[in-house]
Write a new protein. Structure first.
Length: 344
């Protein structure tokens, strides 16, 4: 063999051996951005982020203008091929086959993924789920963990199976839930927690050497999708229970109650340090205790202090300012409803 031919075949062999693997990322929420950016920036000679699959642009705001979600915006900004099908179907499967996709990642995408698309990648499809599986499978793992008073949660790297969040797990990164953490701050922590998992797992994953272990079905729990009604405060809970749910729902659906027929949104609130005493012990849950500019509310165990309130169509105001324009009297009753369990 001539020297030139030998060098040619050596180059071809090197290219085939070192072919960058093709990755597709499914996601639609800002929680995805840390893992998406890591995959985009860190591929070098190992992989390329071929495309991002995200929810279609939606009409938002008073003007009802079309707006992209944070993941779609990132893809557009970085020049990554963006696919936004109404529902992932045969067209997407064909895209995977035509481009010989090696592996796909999913996080907070927002659509059910059928068997065809789950099996379309050569090395399969993996998902980042925002809990320490098998706890809190389902639609609201972050909010449910906070509302349940958990002190830690995490993110799990798992295989996608037909049953929601029941696939085998390869790795988990744990994070602390601090006393004042709300859903948005915990989601940011979870988004960042995907990076250590990727750093530990990516090489083995691309070589099909990463070990996935079945979940312990005896420890599983399922959380449901949140509704607007979940924000209606249950004053029959303890002060701690109300505070936990307020933190969980601070982004959406927020917390609110009724004073007579008036719906009032609750901004900031806190747990009062002192316990119920004297005549307070005989007051029904939801009773208002006014002391100067301080608005306290009786719960089943302890008091909460509400710091901000807002009427429909108005601004969120500190309680002293709110009470200058709206009358709530000492002894009035704030009404809510019995909370519906978040776990199925």
């Amino acid at each position: 063999m001539k020297e030139g031919s030998k060098n040619y075949f050596n180059r071809v062999s090197y290219i085939l051996k070192n072919k960058r693997q093709k990755i597709v990322f499914f996601g639609s929420d800002s929680i995805c951005l840390p893992s998406l950016e890591w995959l985009f920036l860190k591929g070098e000679e190992q992989w390329e982020l071929l495309a991002v699959v995200s929810q279609p642009d939606r009409k938002q705001g008073r003007g009802q203008k079309l707006k992209s979600n944070p993941v779609a915006e990132y893809a557009k900004d970085k020049g990554i091929q963006l696919l936004q099908p109404d529902k992932p179907g045969e067209g997407l499967v064909q895209f995977f086959e035509d481009h010989k996709v090696d592996i796909s990642f999913v996080m907070a995408y927002g659509h059910f993924l059928g068997r065809g698309i789950r099996k379309a990648s050569r090395l399969g499809m993996v998902n980042f789920h925002g809990s320490i599986l098998p706890k809190y499978r389902g639609a609201s793992p972050v909010e449910t963990a906070i509302a349940s008073g958990e002190k830690e949660t995490g993110v799990s790297l798992m295989q996608i199976d037909r049953e929601m969040d029941a696939g085998a797990v390869a790795d988990i990164e744990r994070i602390a839930i601090e006393k004042e953490d709300c859903a948005s701050s915990v989601r940011k922590k979870i988004g960042q927690a995907t990076i250590p998992i990727l750093e530990r797992s990516m090489n083995s994953l691309l070589k099909s050497e990463l070990e996935f272990k079945p979940q312990d079905e005896t420890l599983k729990s399922h959380c449901r999708k949140l509704t607007k009604e979940d924000g209606l405060i249950d004053f029959g809970l303890s002060a701690q229970g109300i505070h936990n749910r307020w933190r969980a729902f601070k982004t959406w659906p927020n917390s609110f109650c009724f004073h007579g027929e008036t719906r009032i949104k609750v901004g900031q609130l806190e747990i009062c340090e002192h316990s119920l005493a004297g005549h307070e012990l005989s007051l029904p849950s939801g009773s208002v205790i006014l002391e100067k500019d301080s608005l306290k509310v009786v719960t089943s165990n302890g008091l909460i202090r509400i710091l901000e309130l807002q009427k429909a169509g108005g601004k969120m105001l500190a309680v002293p300012d709110f009470l200058r324009g709206y009358t709530i009297k000492d002894g009035d009753l704030l009404k809510g409803q019995k909370s519906i369990p978040l776990l199925l």
